[in-house]
Write a protein that binds this ligand. Structure first.
Ligand code: NDP
Ligand code: MG
Length: 400
């Protein structure tokens, strides 16, 4: 069964919507604002929040005139306050204020676009406030899928996927009986190293890993795409969004990123959702669902499209994908360990303190050392997250 909170019938028809964009200065956040620009009458930007980029947040606030802005990093408060003096925009700072933004009365849709585990707490607050959550922050579901779904049921919140694969599946499922699903097929571009020989992985540089062939995204998800951990996190995300076990979720490499994902039904029929690789399309669908609003996003030029290629993922060169499936099968806090170890390892790689091939090794090591009792309270999950990060840092310190 699809979780009740995700059933197509549970969202009211589109009307004017108040938006809070958590992570407004990032790749998803700025593209969400581009969509708000297209529909100034129907999408009202009520609140914006960022981590530490106060300069861009101030610029956005001057353009979109939200009621309130929030910077998670309190050290930037004074400068932000000064730069917005006289605008009437309320300025907040600190992680507790992020939560305040997620539950504002004037907000209907909270766009959860903070990167990583930092997005968990404000997203949970939005769910507890019964908001519609346009969810880009997949780490929230990987860490705390059971908790999020339980709270969404209790508080009548609706989760709408922003991730292109999950949006594709969601679009394929509108009007379908969820019990008729046989298989979800998540497509993956394969990232920049799809054809790179395994024996050269140890020499992969930060710049090479940040050069994604099809998508322009934040640094963390770009590295996740290069290791295929992004697809692993998406498998876990799909499990929680669509309520299916790992045996009914598969990954297919499709280098052109035109087919965003597929659903096969028990009668042998397969539906797919296609489009040019542009996150604005799935972001907009999450903001306007169940309607589709006219927009000038690029269309596929069918007469120029020559071929769509597919291949199975190579789990030997990309062990992170297999680790994510394994963590999902183990259940409990294993996905939270996987997520935290991955975030710590990716940050170390971006800092050029470890090599590309070290990332999956560190994650496997952290998963192997998991000792924490299972428990899905926020406090328990944060403790598991911290412990996994510590394991990764200790292991790297020992090696150095
Ligand atoms: P970016 O790195 O581009 O942006 C991250 C955003 O989060 C920025 O606004 C950043 O603020 C903010 N942020 C970072 N740390 C904190 C913190 N501690 N507290 C509050 N805010 C913080 O990431 P993306 O936009 O690429 O990705 C965002 C999420 O969406 C991720 O979970 C990613 O997996 C998911 N996603 C992204 C896609 C994409 O195409 N980019 C596609 C599908 C999913 P600041 O600028 O101040 O640092
Ligand atoms: Mg995706």
């Amino acid at each position: 069964m699809l979780p009740a909170s995700f059933h197509p019938a549970s969202v009211p028809a589109a009307r004017e919507r108040g938006l809070a964009i958590l992570g407004s200065t990032g790749s998803i956040g700025t593209q969400t604002l581009e969509i708000a620009t297209l529909f100034p009458e129907r999408l009202q930007v009520r609140a914006l929040a960022a981590g530490s980029n106060g300069a861009l947040l101030a610029e956005q606030a001057r353009q979109y005139r939200p009621d309130v802005v929030c910077l998670a990093d309190e050290t930037g408060y004074a400068a932000l306050k000064e730069s917005l003096a006289g605008t009437g925009v309320r300025v907040l700072a600190g992680v507790d204020a992020l939560a305040e933004i997620a539950m504002l009365d004037t907000v209907d849709v909270v766009v959860a676009a903070i990167v990583g585990a930092a997005g968990l707490r404000p997203t949970l607050v939005a769910v507890e406030a019964g908001k519609t959550v346009a969810l880009a922050n997949k780490e929230t579901l990987v860490m705390a899928g059971a908790l999020v779904q339980r709270l969404a049921r209790e508080h009548g919140a609706t989760l709408l996927p922003v991730d292109s694969e999950h949006s594709a599946i969601f679009q394929c499922l509108v009007g379908e009986d969820p019990t008729a699903i046989e298989m979800l097929t998540l497509t993956a571009s394969g990232g920049p190293f799809r054809a790179r020989p395994a024996d050269t992985f140890s020499t992969i540089t930060r710049a090479e890993a940040l050069a994604h062939p099809n998508w322009s995204m934040g640094a963390k998800i770009t590295i996740d795409s290069a290791t295929l951990m992004n697809k692993g996190l998406e498998v876990i995300e799909a499990h929680w969004l669509f309520g299916l076990p790992p045996e009914q979720i598969e990954v297919l490499v499709h280098p052109q990123s035109i087919i965003h994902s597929l659903v096969t039904f028990r009668d042998g029929s397969t539906k797919a959702q296609l489009g040019v690789p542009d996150m604005k399309v799935p972001i907009q669908y999450a903001l306007t669902y169940p309607d589709r609003w006219s927009a000038p996003h690029d269309r596929i030029d069918w007469s120029a499209l020559r071929c769509l290629d597919f291949e199975a993922p190579d789990l030997e060169r990309f062990p992170s994908l297999g680790l994510a499936f394994e963590a999902l099968r183990q259940g409990g806090t294993a996905p939270a360990v996987l997520n935290a170890a991955n975030e710590a390892a990716v940050a170390l790689f971006l800092n050029e303190q470890i090599g590309f091939a070290d990332i999956p090794e560190l994650i496997e090591d952290a998963l192997g050392q998991r000792t924490a009792e299972d428990g899905d309270s926020l406090e328990a999950l944060i403790a598991v997250d911290q412990e996994a990060r510590r394991l990764v840092h200790n292991r790297v310190a020992v090696r150095a």
